[in-house]
Design a protein around this ligand. Structure first.
Ligand SMILES: NC(=O)c1ccc[n+]([C@@H]2O[C@H](COP(=O)([O-])OP(=O)(O)OC[C@H]3O[C@@H](n4cnc5c(N)ncnc54)[C@H](OP(=O)(O)O)[C@@H]3O)[C@@H](O)[C@H]2O)c1
Length: 238
């Protein structure tokens, strides 16, 4: 049995990745920060399907000590999916040091130090790392400069670590376009339609579209350092 750690793996896109890897015979470690109940419910559901196939781990990923504690509790890993991220606006006039630290640490520092501290166990298994990036890593999202910078860093990190960790570990990325509306920011229909109009396929993607691409990259032993946009053609006109 292979094992995958999915950060932020309890809800939304992360939960779909967790369930998809589990369906394809992975044991899953579901990382969460606050959503203990949601993570526990998902893990119980997966354990009913296959006993002892899912566990949960709590960690605040903006803190380097918690990252080290999380890594130290993992023995044997084949796949690391860096999915957890924070997304909220930081218009330049209001951006402050706290939001810089929170967003950059969670979205960029954590994937780097998780990759570093889990590299030995991943290398033993010829494993791989999949980073969930964002199409806005290449073209900034208006009013979200810190988030866009964090994802641009994650894109470069995917390529840089693909070189650093080769040949034992492959590192790839998936860049979602619009998949799920943000949970914390209420968008009205006008705002949603404005976003949808820019997508060549005229609709949002599904969480399964992202999970399928993660699975494809995991199962592609001659691909490393590549980031696939899963965006319904949004970047064609960005
Ligand atoms: N949704 C989209 O359409 C979209 C588009 C482009 C890119 N993406 C990328 O796809 C990934 C998943 O997106 P999503 O919308 O499904 O994400 P989400 O639900 O907003 O967040 C995923 C998880 O990240 C965890 N998290 C946030 N801050 C954390 C921290 N400081 N420490 C530890 N965990 C933390 C949260 O855990 P708790 O809930 O337990 O606190 C949350 O469950 C993200 O990397 C996102 O940037 C999403």
């Amino acid at each position: 049995m292979k094992t995958a750690l999915i950060t932020g793996g309890a809800q939304r896109i992360g939960a779909q990745i967790t369930q998809t890897l589990h369906k394809h015979d992975y044991n899953v470690i579901i990382h969460y920060r606050h959503k203990k109940q949601v993570a526990t419910a998902l893990s119980q559901m997966l354990n009913r399907k296959r006993p002892n196939s899912a566990t949960t781990l709590q960690a605040e990923l903006s803190n380097v000590d918690s990252i080290q504690t999380l890594s130290a509790s993992i023995h044997g890993l084949d796949v690391l999916v860096n999915n957890a991220a924070i997304f909220y606006p930081t218009p330049i006039a209001y951006a402050n040091h706290d939001s810089w630290q929170q967003i950059i640490n969670t979205n960029l520092m954590a994937p780097f130090f998780l990759s570093q501290s889990l590299a030995t166990t991943l290398a033993k298994n010829n494993g791989c790392i999949i980073n969930i990036v964002d199409i806005h890593a290449q073209r900034p999202l208006k009013n979200y400069p810190i988030y866009s910078i964090s994802k641009a860093g994650l894109l470069m990190m995917t390529q840089a670590l693909a070189r650093e960790l080769a040949p034992k570990i492959r590192v790839c990325g998936v860049s979602p376009g619009s998949i799920l509306w943000p949970e914390d920011t209420e968008l009205d229909n006008k705002q949603k339609n404005k976003i949808l109009k820019k997508i060549a396929l005229s609709k949002q993607g599904s969480t399964q579209d992202i999970a399928n691409t993660v699975l494809f990259l995991i199962n592609s032993p001659y691909i490393t350092g590549q980031i696939i946009n899963v965006d319904g053609g949004r970047t064609l006109s960005q």
